[in-house]
Design a protein around this ligand. Structure first.
Ligand code: NAP
Length: 191
């Protein structure tokens, strides 16, 4: 069993909390009102919008040292809906990793809509959670959480791949906004 803290109680925070609960893990769900409460989990999921990340990370940096920190954000420019807000050779996850040198930072869950985490399927396929990061043990820990909930983890490679995952997440959101795919669908992966 893994102890998981989730910061952010919106669609994704609740979907990931339910997923972790299904897998038999302990879950601490922290909202804005819990800013003074320490995250006790070995894995801490930052389930907040990208613009909230930098303040959150600077407030909780010491709290996050030594932990696996999971960035799920899609840093889309929601004013133009035409680009990401991070430099083309970087990612939100790379920014967090630079700000949290004592944490093991992963990118995950950004290419799956919340509803597909809840149902465990994308169409006829098992929902695939792509995980990128530089620490193999951290990736294995999160992969086990995903597997225990009946979903399919995919090792997407090094932390540098977060930039491609963010591009994929952006494309999926664009397609859903343009009604080319549904918010309950999206990209599936066949092994
Ligand atoms: N929805 C999806 O299908 C999906 C899929 C992949 C990735 N994502 C990513 O997942 C993240 C969360 O998305 P969401 O759909 O769950 O958004 P959401 O429903 O709007 O939830 C975001 C939550 O974060 C909270 N929050 C903001 N700043 C916070 C802070 N400093 N401390 C604690 N909580 C804070 C918000 O509280 P308030 O409401 O009080 O502001 C809200 O409860 C985003 O980065 C998004 O890009 C979403």
């Amino acid at each position: 069993m893994t102890d998981i803290s989730i910061i952010g109680t919106g669609n994704m925070g609740q979907a990931i909390a339910a997923l972790a609960g299904r897998g038999g893990h302990s879950v601490q769900l922290l909202g804005k009102a819990d800013a003074a409460t320490s995250a006790t989990g070995d894995v801490v999921v930052l389930a907040v919008p990208y613009p909230a990340l930098s303040e959150l990370v600077s407030q909780r940096g010491a709290d996050l040292a030594g932990k696996i920190v999971v960035d799920i954000t899609n840093p889309v420019n929601f004013e133009t809906f035409d680009s990401l807000t991070v430099p083309a050779d970087s990612s939100a996850t790379a920014e967090i990793a630079a700000a949290l040198p004592d944490s093991r930072v992963l990118k995950a869950f950004n290419t799956t809509f919340a509803s597909t985490l809840a149902t465990g399927t994308v169409g006829d396929l098992t929902t695939a959670v792509q995980i990128a990061g530089d620490d193999a043990d951290a990736k294995a820990t999160l992969a086990e959480v995903v597997t225990s909930a009946g979903l399919r983890p995919i090792d997407a490679g090094a932390l540098k791949r977060a930039r491609e995952l963010e591009a994929l997440g952006f494309l999926q959101i664009s397609l859903a906004a343009a009604e080319q795919v549904s918010w309950t669908g999206g990209f599936g992966v066949v092994a």
